[in-house]
Design a protein around this ligand. Structure first.
Ligand code: SF4
Length: 486
């Protein structure tokens, strides 16, 4: 991935009486840190009271023993969040908490709703939520959902101890877009996945409890066993009686293809496939599709590593390292402007001239979004003496904005939006450039092509999307200014 786009968030929940549930959620969030670095939060219940601790920063910055101590109980949920520029504040940290009478519930959301306008207009009548919901505030959809649930919660109190569940059964069918939720009240852990399953969500088993997590790798870290994916259109509820399942919508799976390409950890499994192996197969496909005579295959670390390994294996060209990543520098997307992002690349990657000099290089990355990093990488390699630089990308051109939980900004910020592959090759100053074809990419995942959202690559959105939701502008906007500003 070149100049980074915002990842989806990460969610994690544990129901395990007698276990230090907040510590387990802490570890789960630690394993999901790649999905969001802006804020972290945990909510825990002791059966009577829900306690929430959340703050800006990485999991290790937000939590220490002192801040975990009050999170006592038998169930807990957690959330790590990535946010767009301009909506970075404490109020957007999750879990979101709402009190309803003597009770309450907490919610963590991964994804992005696409019908917020209609939901917000419904809620405009509610006291305490009269202010218009700003689409620039990326958590507004999570707040909306919390308000909708609170309203139904009040309206449907049945005293059967399942008020959250009952409220959700009424609210969930009205939500459109991407949502993987973890939720809790004092006694129940709930996991929900939208009918398309845009974002992953899995169910895991502890010896004495249950876990809901964004990715399987987060189960591993606490010794939980993978049970199954939470199905698209399914709500799972865990309480003292075990696990029960409700279906609130027919499943039409459209998992985000970029979970396979970039987002998910390589050691996670999606659709029963190990992500690392799928990424290697993408590199193999790329070598078959776009071969080139070269002396060394190298990745853009670390995102391009598995695909570069696959490319080398399929092509027979030796694999080597041409760039070293500084592991101790923050990721460049935290810089708010393109210019600062550009400077960040130099802080992050440094060439190994001895491995590069005089060589014809195949340089592999998983995607090019804005192009800033890619262009600088090629320049660095040329300065270090590369004879030729052939760039290979293990996904198709990223041309359309995402409305389902990934921050790609305006369409005009996407390098490939209005440029041909040849123009992009000229912009990044590579000797050749090839992108993996969509059919080959989906084949490499081992899953059916119809099981994926490919909208950012194909322009085919699986659900109706607003023309603009404030962050993601669909209409074509001409590139304003020279390419050097991209
Ligand atoms: S538009 Fe792209 S990034 Fe967004 S959910 Fe679909 S495949 Fe994933």
């Amino acid at each position: 991935m070149d100049s980074h786009i915002g990842e989806a968030c990460g969610v994690f929940g544990v129901y395990a009486p007698g276990q230090p549930v907040a510590n387990l959620v802490y570890l789960g969030l630690y394993a999901l840190q790649h999905r969001g670095q802006e804020s972290a939060g945990i909510a825990a219940s002791d059966g009577q009271t829900i306690t929430v601790v959340k703050d800006m920063g990485l999991v290790t910055q937000v939590f220490d023993e002192r801040r975990l101590a009050p999170l006592d109980g038998h169930l807990a949920i957690g959330h790590v969040r990535y946010s767009t520029t301009g909506s970075s504040n404490w109020g957007n940290a999750q879990p979101v908490y709402r009190s309803v009478g003597d009770a309450g519930f907490a919610l963590g959301h991964n994804g992005n709703l696409t019908n917020t306008e209609r939901l917000a207009s419904d809620l405009g009548m509610l006291p305490g939520f009269a202010a218009p919901v700003s689409d620039a505030d990326s958590t507004s959809d999570s707040d909306l959902v919390a308000e909708l649930i609170a309203r139904e919660y009040r309206a449907t109190l049945r005293s059967d101890g399942r008020d959250l569940e009952n409220a959700l059964e009424r609210v969930l069918p009205s939500l459109e877009g991407a949502f993987s939720f973890v939720m809790m009240d004092e006694a129940h852990l709930v996991g929900v996945r939208d009918r398309h399953g845009f974002r992953p969500l899995v169910l895991g088993r502890l010896d004495d409890g249950w876990v809901v997590a964004s990715e399987t790798a987060a189960l591993d870290i606490i010794g939980a066993h993978f049970v199954r994916e939470v199905e698209p259109g399914e709500m799972v509820v865990v309480d003292a009686n075990g696990v029960r399942s409700h279906r609130f919508a027919e499943a039409t799976p459209k998992l985000c293809l970029f979970e396979f390409v970039y987002f998910a950890r390589p050691d996670s499994e999606l659709y029963g496939q190990r992500v690392h192996l799928a990424r290697q197969r993408m590199g193999e496909e790329l070598a078959r599709q776009a071969p080139v005579a070269a002396d060394m295959v190298m990745p853009v670390p670390e995102s391009g590593v598995p695909a570069a390994q696959g490319f080398a294996r399929a092509s027979g060209i030796p694999y080597g390292d041409g760039l070293v990543k500084n592991r101790y520098v923050g990721r460049t997307f935290i810089q708010p402007t393109q210019r600062e992002r550009g400077l960040g690349v130099r802080m992050k990657l440094n060439p190994l001239p001895e491995n590069i000099k005089g060589k014809r290089l195949v340089v592999v990355d998983d995607s090019i979004v804005r192009g800033t990093t890619t262009r600088q990488v090629v320049a660095m390699l040329r300065e270090a003496g590369a004879a030729e630089v052939h760039f290979r990308v293990s996904s198709p051109p990223y041309r359309w904005p995402c409305f389902f939980g990934m921050d790609t900004g305006r369409r005009s910020e996407l390098l490939a939006a209005d440029l041909s592959v040849g123009e992009i090759r000229d912009y990044i100053n590579a000797d050749s450039l090839a992108y993996l074809e969509l059919e080959r990419l989906t084949a490499a995942t081992g899953a059916a092509p119809s099981a994926f959202c490919t909208a950012c690559l194909s322009g085919e959105y699986p659900v109706e999307v607003p023309r603009s939701d404030g962050k993601h502008v669909l209409e074509v906007v001409d590139l304003t200014g020279p390419l050097s500003q991209l």
